[in-house]
Design a protein around this ligand. Structure first.
Ligand SMILES: NC(=O)c1ccc[n+]([C@@H]2O[C@H](COP(=O)([O-])OP(=O)(O)OC[C@H]3O[C@@H](n4cnc5c(N)ncnc54)[C@H](O)[C@@H]3O)[C@@H](O)[C@H]2O)c1
Length: 321
């Protein structure tokens, strides 16, 4: 079994949006990382992408400039999955969200690793009970659900199946906490795990308010950032409720709940945008416009804001090595 004392070697499979940031999150905390993607371009680009992330961390004082090269030297990019997995004590896959692909990949990974290696799937929606159906040792496997951008957002949901051994869950929890992540265990395999369920509940009401013309997109963002978002980032929902007073919260809930949107239809405002190909930042238009000449600036500004919050509230999540 992997212990904190034994040398941890992490393999990251799939080096796209999530995978390259996960590589950085482990390597920046002193862990050897072996990386693989079936797409040669993703393999070639990895070190450059991690270097770019690091320069942002250095710029805001979250990573020592003198330790960039030593951190990069902990990352090895492999030409085959077998080579990437061979010595790993913990393997995390971040390949595309396709159940058949994940099932086949996890079964192949199992054939390349030792009996003690922990297998993790960074899936947004598939519990390991579904993605790990072809595993001979499902007790060694679980979901580790990161949030984008994974090198910045602190939370990682650790989601075991009923078959996962408790010591495997605890080892995965300890590993992610050791790299400064705010890792928590989800005790039941509910759809969407924990955070996405809450996000979708909020999303429905926000989109409904926009559709009804209750406020503009800018005003909705400003209102939520300056109230709910502000308090949530500092305290979390249940502590906020304690400070608000549960008697008050209970009557607000009773009064308002019947007024809120509760159907499961996608609000028309978003349905229309998706049908028109307006997917947000990646297509240049969503609730806001992102003209090509301003796209880099918009992304950099997003990360600056995230990094400022990380620095303020989650100093433990920042790289130290
Ligand atoms: N993007 C997000 O916001 C987000 C957030 C949380 C979780 N996730 C989950 O993370 C996973 C990866 O998502 P992403 O956004 O990074 O996807 P992505 O498309 O950006 O990257 C996936 C990478 O996996 C590689 N790949 C695909 N099949 C492979 C295989 N069989 N072997 C090796 N490499 C393979 C692709 O070449 C690609 O580089 C998905 O399961 C997704 O649901 C994504």
């Amino acid at each position: 079994m992997m212990t904190e004392q034994s040398q941890t070697i992490v393999a990251v499979l799939g080096l796209g949006t999530m995978g390259h940031g996960i590589v950085q999150a482990f390597a920046s905390k002193g862990i050897q990382v072996h990386a693989y993607d079936e797409w040669p371009h993703a393999r070639r680009e990895l070190l450059g992408r991690v270097r770019t992330i690091l320069s942002d961390f250095v710029r805001v004082g979250l990573h020592p400039a003198g330790q960039v090269e030593s951190m990069l030297s902990r990352i090895t990019v492999h030409e085959s999955m077998e080579a990437a997995c061979r010595s790993a004590t913990f393997v995390v896959e971040a390949v595309r969200e396709d159940l058949a692909v994940k099932q086949a990949l996890l079964a192949e990974v199992e054939s390349h690793v030792g009996i003690d290696t922990i297998l993790a799937s960074n899936s947004s929606s598939f519990p390991i009970s579904e993605s790990g159906t072809r595993l001979k040792h499902p007790e060694q496997a679980l979901v580790t659900h990161w949030f984008n951008p994974p090198h910045i957002v602190p939370t990682v949901e650790i989601v075991p199946s009923p078959l996962t051994r408790e010591d495997i869950t605890q080892a995965a929890l300890a590993l992610h906490r050791r790299i400064g992540k705010q890792a928590i265990v989800i005790r039941r395999e509910v759809a969407g795990f924990l955070v996405n369920r809450v996000q979708v509940a909020v999303m429905r009401e926000v989109w409904d308010l926009l559709e009804k013309g209750v406020a503009s997109a800018e005003d909705i963002d400003a209102a939520i950032r300056g109230s709910m978002g502000f308090r949530l980032a500092a305290l979390g929902p249940l502590r906020i409720h304690d400070f608000g007073g549960l008697d008050i919260q209970a009557s607000v809930y009773r009064n308002l709940c019947p007024q809120l949107r509760s159907d499961t239809t996608l609000p028309t405002v978003v349905e229309k945008m998706v049908a028109a190909g307006h997917f947000g930042f990646k297509t240049g238009e969503g609730f806001y416009a992102y003209p090509p000449e301003q796209a880099d600036r918009a992304l950099a500004e997003r990360d600056e804001r995230y990094l400022a919050l990380l620095k303020l509230l989650h100093a433990d999540s920042t790289p130290t090595k």
